[in-house]
Design a binder for this molecule. Structure first.
Ligand code: C2E
Ligand code: CA
Ligand code: CA
Length: 625
């Protein structure tokens, strides 16, 4: 009878409902998969109709029943044909390779149907009244089925290396199971589950190939899902609006997103735009894609979601970067949205909203070129790499009235970009793990230059090198630094390291440990950019820094109003009393200098004395012994 067909109709309907309510990559393979489901449902419906008519209208012309039975068989075989086509598609067979299977499959269907109709109409066909379609037609169909299975097996063997092995095994097992079920049923004269056995490969495909990871808590999809969406929208010429939210703190750790934040993400995805899809492309990086045509009033909606975001931010206070833009053909081509957005992150400050400008793609290409060069520099690890330049800014020592220390500042000299300044590559190098090699190159070049200055009789107390906090996480950090200094033959006393305050407990502890270790070599430590971060005094005092560098922003503020100047004075005084030397950065004018001198300054650095110059020119500021 047709119990199995009803099951198939039910299961397929549920599958379609689930597919509709979950986000699926609408690739070509996915559309083929949907057609498989459709054909199967049509076959099941035909079979049900056939049996219903047989039961309630047995007196209809026999030819009609023959027709129904053949249609049913034809649909089942067509499904196998489509299954073969699907396998060809996902395994990426060439047109020629596919053609073989399309031809054999098509021929098989035609021959089987012709044979079946011939057998039926020549009299040995359905014996109506038995309540089942039996004999000739069925036998012919089973032969066709067997031949199709042979063809599918050949295909599966041919493509066995095209897909992940375990996945292929999943397919093999499913096919064996389906054939076995059908054979057992037929041997026992059971007809009602024939359609049901065709459901197995469909379930296998859905499970193995179209179940892209879906984060139920966030309601988000992953990077692969994004790729599918971009490809699909590009094919169809659709434009999407994207809203990217990046939260550094979550992204840099594996920390789970707090539950109430998850709830907000869910709400934001559902509430503000029609048919928006959320993608989670990093632990702390969310990308919402919105169909522009479906939201003609997207600008008002964007304003609304940003207002709501700002309110939530007041509670969470997690640093963020928001980037808003629209998909374009150029970025669609290789789906470069994530790296494009990351390139923007490197040049916008925390807690800002950035709207993508037309020239950002150009900047992105340059950014990529720089990234490519950085990767090459890091890969070669040549400490004399000519692309890495050392500039130096002399520092005035108030006590001696001379320039006897300097800060090393990096520049890149790149083939296409020319001279590149730190604002365009330091963050990039840090984010991609190239910064430590750059530090090693700078340190090596500084040591060499200092050695030459010593030999030529110039007085140079030390040169400071900037080090990024994340470098300390490198196990070999201290060893790398020590060995470069040792190999150069200069004294560790002539080298200083500048570091900014740590952002978290882990980096703080690391810093404490590494500073202590390197101080034994005589290296001096500067706390860089004091006054720009959250300045946790307790922590700063716990770290054995020698010199505190007051950031230019403090100098500017101090020069502008009396109160700030008083704060600056007291802070500098406090550090001086605690035996730190105080250095003021960014001294540009006479007034700046005057104020700094009144604030217990030991060292002054800024454009007033000199801009950073190539290290070879440092001599011009130094005195000879
Ligand atoms: P920083 O360590 O705070 O370096 C001081 C920056 O202020 C330098 O910018 C310098 O040119 C600039 N500066 C000096 N005097 C004045 C002044 O009077 N007024 C103003 N407005 N600015 C002044 P630069 O060379 O562009 O470097 C920017 C940042 O890039 C540095 O800030 C540092 O954080 C980073 N950096 C530079 N070289 C290196 C390096 O070798 N390693 C690492 N990790 N970071 C580096
Ligand atoms: Ca510095
Ligand atoms: Ca600084």
């Amino acid at each position: 009878m047709y119990a199995g067909d009803l099951v198939v109709l039910g299961v397929c309907s549920i599958m379609l409902i689930l597919l509709f309510f979950s986000f699926k990559v609408r690739s070509r393979a996915f559309r083929m998969f949907l057609s498989l489901v459709g054909i199967l449902m049509a076959a099941a419906a035909t079979h049900v109709t056939f049996h219903t008519l047989l039961k309630y209208r047995p007196n209809l012309p026999t030819g009609l029943f023959y027709g129904f039975q053949s249609l049913y068989h034809g649909l089942l075989l067509f499904m196998l044909y489509q299954f073969a086509a699907y396998i060809c598609q996902v395994t990426g067979l060439t047109k020629e390779e596919r053609k073989v299977y399309h031809t054999i499959g098509g021929m098989l269907i035609l021959v089987v149907l012709a044979a079946e109709l011939f057998v039926n109409f020549s009299g040995s066909g359905i014996q109506l009244g038995d309540g089942a379609a039996s004999a000739g037609g069925n036998r012919i169909f089973m032969i066709g089925y067997g031949l199709f299975i042979v063809m599918l097996s050949m295909l599966m063997i041919q493509v066995r290396h095209h897909l992940y092995r375990r996945m292929m095994n999943g397919f093999y097992m499913t096919m064996v199971f389906a054939v076995a079920m059908l054979a057992i049923a037929k041997l026992n004269g059971q007809d009602s589950f024939t359609t049901a056995t065709f459901l197995f490969p469909v379930v296998a495909i859905m499970y193995l190939l179209h179940s892209n990871p879906y984060d139920a808590q966030l309601g988000s999809n992953d990077l692969r899902g994004l790729e599918g969406l971009i490809r699909y929208s590009d094919d169809k010429g659709k434009t999407y609006l994207y809203l990217s939210l990046y939260m550094r703190e979550l992204d840099e750790t594996a920390r789970q997103m707090p539950g109430d934040l998850q709830a907000i993400v869910r709400r934001f995805t559902a509430q503000y735009f029609r048919s928006s899809v959320m993608f989670r492309v990093g632990n702390g990086h969310l990308l919402m894609m919105v169909r522009k045509e479906r939201n003609p009033d997207y600008e008002a909606r964007t304003e609304a979601i940003l207002r709501a975001f700002d309110q939530e931010y007041q509670n969470f206070k997690l640093d963020y970067k928001i980037v808003i833009g629209q998909t374009t053909a150029e970025l669609n081509r290789n789906n470069e949205y994530v790296s494009f957005i990351r390139s923007i992150h490197t040049r916008i400050p925390e807690n800002t909203i950035y709207r993508v400008q037309p020239d950002d793609i150009d900047k992105f290409r340059k950014y990529e070129a720089i990234l490519h060069q950085l990767a090459d520099i890091a890969g070669q690890k040549n400490l004399d790499d000519p692309r890495v330049l050392v500039y130096c800014q002399p520092v005035l020592n108030i006590r001696t009235g001379k320039y006897d220390t300097a800060e090393a500042l990096m520049r890149l000299q790149l083939p296409e970009e020319g001279l590149v300044y730190p604002d365009r590559f330091i963050a990039l190098a840090e984010e991609n793990g190239f910064i430590h090699v750059l530090t090693e190159i700078i340190l090596h070049k500084v040591c060499k230059a200092v050695k030459a200055l010593n030999e030529e009789g110039y007085c140079i107390d030390r040169v400071s090198v900037n080090v990024s906090a994340m470098e300390l996480r490198n196990q070999h950090f201290c060893m790398d630094i020590s060995s470069i200094i040792d190999r150069s033959g200069i004294d560790g006393k002539q080298i200083a390291i500048e570091m900014t305050e740590s952002r978290n407990e882990r980096d703080f502890l690391l810093m404490k440990e590494k500073i202590a270790e390197l101080k034994q070599k005589g290296i001096t430590f500067y706390l860089d950019d004091f006054g720009t971060g959250y300045s946790n005094m307790e922590r700063i005092l716990e770290l054995p820094f020698d010199i505190i560098k007051f950031d230019r922003s403090m100098v500017v503020a101090g020069a502008q109003d009396k109160r700030s100047e008083q704060v600056l004075g007291s802070l500098a005084d406090l550090f001086a009393k605690l035996d730190y030397a105080v250095l003021f950065e960014g001294v540009e004018t006479e007034q700046d200098e005057e104020m700094c001198r009144e604030c217990c300054a030991s060292y002054l650095q800024g454009y007033k004395y000199s801009r950073p110059v190539p290290m070879e020119q440092l001599k011009e500021f130094l005195t000879k012994k």
